[in-house]
Design a protein around this ligand. Sequence first.
Ligand SMILES: C[S@@+](CC[C@H](N)C(=O)[O-])C[C@H]1O[C@@H](n2cnc3c(N)ncnc32)[C@H](O)[C@@H]1O
Length: 217
Amino acid sequence: VSQYDAFALDYAAHAASSPYNVDYERPLMLAQLGDVSRKAVLDAGCASGELTAALLERGAQVTALDGSGELLRIVRERFDERVVTVQADLDDGLAAFADASLDAIVSSLTIHYVRDLHQLFAEFRRVLKAEGELLFSTHHPANTALMVDDYFATKYVTDCWKIQGRQVNVQFYHRSMQSLIDPLLQNGFQIVRILEPPCALQPGRPWFLIIKARINF
Ligand SMILES: C[S@@+](CC[C@H](N)C(=O)[O-])C[C@H]1O[C@@H](n2cnc3c(N)ncnc32)[C@H](O)[C@@H]1O
């Protein structure tokens, strides 16, 4: 059961309208995306499918994965057979995917829910083709550092968000920058780009972090 099941409909409305997502994170992610036309792309942590929709518009063959059955129900209603959906816990690996079966993995604001980044990036590496790309966004460590006493320790934290006027508690991991980058490099990825885009909604503070990587040969 995903923590998002409890507020799936409200989250879907939020993801489609919140300026953090619509005007800030999503366009920046899409700007980093290579040509995905006719490519096999995994949207890992698709939620209600906002990024999925943009990938479809760009001609990708999308597999939308999420742990939340409620959110995937919305995705299936939205896109029907245009998208393959997979309900899976990213903590359990990517058993549904064959080795070297994907051209790209995009994962928007999801990896901070995953317990073991070594296992996650090892699985991402396994299922990506040789020229495959990985593009993900996450909370900036300097932002979540404000929630912990010890910046260097990985800690599962609870935040209270206002989603469509409703208070919801959401839990995710704070990790230091090194704890985020090391598992990526140790699993054979090369970082192509790191973006820490300023956010007009939070002047002078880092908010999200976007990383583009590819397999290092
Ligand atoms: C912030 S939302 C992602 C937003 C979405 N990518 C978008 O662009 O609108 C995080 C998503 O990660 C999913 N998630 C969290 N932990 C997960 C896990 N361990 N396995 C699979 N999905 C997970 C949640 O259900 C939720 O849909």
